[in-house]
Structures are given as structure tokens and as C-alpha cells.
Design a protein around this ligand. Structure first.
Ligand SMILES: C[S@@+](CC[C@H](N)C(=O)[O-])C[C@H]1O[C@@H](n2cnc3c(N)ncnc32)[C@H](O)[C@@H]1O
Length: 351
């Protein structure tokens, strides 16, 4: 007779045998979701206003039903779309909470983030992780493209646009999470400069929520050159390693994780110079990794993001101890960390 331990081991083996296939064909999930976005499947079902049969969906999209059915079958299996049956047992596709996030123009849409991360150029550096870990001094991104991400972006407007849109997509959900999750954070603040603010979405969203604020969106000249105008937001082009426009508050989101510790300290020194010593502060919006393996879903996402940073940049996702080291090495007096319902936390830093 099998002992409990033997039964447990065989359970583990059976689970492993199932799970390993997720890695063998892991790319299929991303490919199917990308395909659904490019075809506009979620938007079509949404616009239809009621569930759609395969025939209705393929008609509306002008596609052959057979390959569409195969994409939908996988996405239903993954709960990206749902299936509802009528009284005659005829199945129709419906949206689920996941496909709501594949709608192009809704709050909380993740379309731009998915399109950036599934771009073929952006995926290539992942194939050079091994060479880098084995000692190639170049970043995986450099191994593939022969240069760093920001100079590559200058020459690749398509990927630059994908990146800007992805960052904007994240800012649209994170800024309201910051304002809602940190009451008083912008109270008494007249001016904010967003360092590495991309196309200005974060500041556009902030001045809507806090209309008393005058905002500066600061980024490389080529980036702000293409940024849309907005009341209450001034775009300024420059280099954060040289000088940052002065303001009561420096806001810096998803920039420091692109850089190694030495560069982060250089950037934060410039941030410190830009704010008043008595009442200024720097608001860093970045992931804070915990050691707690049981933390749940967002830790998973943060670790995957860290791998992307390893492939693309000199930076990384950091633990609280690593943030503390950078902040205190720059000469800041104190800091607080506040979790928000997002992949990032709010790190408030005082001079
Ligand atoms: C990962 S993106 C983050 C964008 C934005 N903060 C957000 O979270 O939506 C990093 C930004 O840093 C900008 N950047 C890179 N080097 C810079 C520099 N030397 N000076 C100013 N901005 C820079 C890039 O152009 C890019 O927009």
C-alpha cells in the first residue's frame, strides 16, 4: 500500500507534469492575447452590446471562423473571454474582467502595456539573459541592438511610441491610486516637476485630480517635443543628469528602476537641488520588493518586471533596504513608504 508521503510525491509529480507545459508553450498565451488586441475582439464584443456567437464575431471582424475559433478556444480556457450558452445550448462569447482590460479606451486598459512588452524587438533581449549572466559585460539589450535603450529609442519611433503609450497607460491608473491612496500628499503643494515624465500623462492626470497644482513635465527633448499640450502642464526638455527644473515637489515614477545605484544617486542629487530644502520633497513611485514569497499576485508581477529590467537596463527592482541605501547615500534626511493598489509603492523622501 502507498504511504501518505508516496501519494504526496506523486501528486507533486502529476502537478509538475501539467505545469511544465505552461513553460513549454508559455509564449502562446501572450501571442493569443496580442492577436485578440490587434483584431479588436474585446472592443467588437463590447460594441455589440450582447454575447456574440463565433459566426457573428467572425462576420463582424471579416475573418474566417476556423482560426478565430482556435484563438478564442485558448482564450476562453484562460478566462480571458467567457462563454455563455443559450437555451438551445448554442455558445456565445462574453467579456470577462480580463477582457475588460483589453478594451482600448477604458480606464484600467492594459492594451498599451501588452503591445509594448510583446513587441518583437522588446522581447529579443530576453534571449540574451544567459550570455549576460555568464559574464558578458554588455546588457542583453546591448548584445542584441549594440546600444542602450534610450539611444535605440531615439532611432526607433515605432518602439518609442509603444513605450510612451505603455507608460501613459500605467500612469492613468497609478496616479489616481496615488492621489486616492495617499491623502494629503499634494496638500499645500503649488508646483510639481515630473522627472522622466514621458508624454506628460502622469502630470495631465495629476492636475485634473489636484487643479491647484502647476506641473512641469520634464524629459529628453525628443520625447517632450512630441508630447500633447495640456492646461496646467508645461513641457521642458533636458537631461536629468545635468539639471532638473525647480519645483516644490519632484515626482519621479518608473525612472530610477532603469538605472544602477550610482546613477540613481546622481539623479536624486539633481532632484534634491531642484526642491526647497525646508518644505520640498521627492515622491519616488517604484516597486518595493519584499522577501515574503507568500505575498501573492503582485510580488509575482514585480519579479517578472525585474527580469525585464535585467534584460533591458542597468537597473532593477529594489527591496526597502536597497532603496534606503540609495536615499541615505544621496544625503536625504528621512523617507516613508506607502503601498498603493499598484505594482509600485509611494516613497516620500525629505531633504
Ligand atoms: C520607463 S520611462 C518612465 C516614464 C514615466 N515616468 C512613466 O512612469 O510613465 C523612463 C523615462 O525616462 C526618460 N529619460 C531617460 N533618460 C533621461 C534623461 N537623461 N533625462 C530625462 N529623462 C530621461 C525616458 O525618455 C523615459 O520617458
Amino acid at each position: 500500500m502507498n504511504t501518505d508521503r508516496e501519494i504526496k510525491m506523486s501528486d507533486e509529480e502529476a502537478k509538475a507534469e501539467l505545469e511544465i507545459w505552461r513553460y513549454v508553450f508559455g509564449f502562446s498565451d501572450l501571442a493569443a492575447v496580442k492577436c485578440a488586441i490587434e483584431l479588436g475582439i474585446a472592443d467588437t464584443i463590447d460594441a455589440n452590446g450582447h454575447p456574440m456567437t463565433l459566426a457573428e464575431l467572425s462576420d463582424a471582424l471579416g475573418l474566417q471562423p476556423s482560426p478565430l475559433h482556435r484563438i478564442m478556444r485558448l482564450l476562453v480556457q484562460r478566462r480571458v473571454f467567457g462563454e455563455k450558452r443559450d437555451e438551445a445550448g448554442q455558445p456565445s462569447y462574453v467579456l470577462t474582467p480580463i477582457s475588460h482590460r483589453l478594451l482600448k479606451r477604458v480606464d484600467g486598459s492594459k492594451v498599451a502595456l501588452l503591445l509594448f512588452h510583446s513587441d518583437s524587438d522588446m522581447l529579443l533581449p530576453m534571449h540574451s539573459l544567459t550570455a549576460h549572466i555568464q559574464g558578458d559585460q554588455r546588457l542583453p539589450f546591448e548584445i542584441v541592438f549594440g546600444e542602450h535603450e534610450w539611444s535605440y529609442m531615439d532611432k526607433h519611433p515605432v518602439q518609442r511610441e509603444l513605450l510612451n503609450n505603455a507608460m501613459a497607460c500605467n500612469a492613468q491608473t497609478v496616479v489616481p491610486a496615488i492621489v486616492g491612496g495617499c491623502p494629503g500628499l499634494f496638500e499645500g503643494v503649488s508646483t510639481v516637476v515630473d522627472v522622466g515624465g514621458g508624454n506628460g500623462t502622469a502630470m495631465r492626470t495629476l492636475v485634473k485630480a489636484c487643479p491647484w497644482i502647476k506641473a512641469i513635465n520634464f524629459d529628453l527633448p525628443l520625447v517632450v517635443g512630441g508630447a500633447p499640450e495640456c492646461n496646467g502642464v508645461v513641457h521642458v526638455g533636458g537631461d536629468m543628469f545635468a539639471a532638473i527644473p525647480k519645483a516644490d515637489v519632484v515626482f519621479i515614477k518608473w525612472v530610477l528602476h532603469d538605472w544602477g545605484d550610482e546613477d540613481c544617486i546622481k539623479i536624486l542629487r539633481k532632484c534634491k537641488e531642484a526642491i526647497p530644502a525646508d518644505k520640498g520633497k521627492v515622491i519616488i513611485v517604484e516597486a518595493v520588493l519584499t522577501e515574503d514569497a507568500e505575498e501573492g499576485g503582485l510580488r509575482d508581477a514585480r519579479l517578472m518586471l525585474d527580469l525585464f529590467m535585467l534584460a533591458h537596463t542597468k537597473g532593477k527592482e529594489r527591496t526597502e533596504a536597497e532603496w534606503k541605501n540609495i536615499i541615505t547615500s544621496t544625503g536625504f534626511r528621512e523617507y516613508t513608504i506607502k503601498p498603493i493598489p499598484a505594482i509600485q509603492s509611494v516613497i516620500e523622501v525629505f531633504p
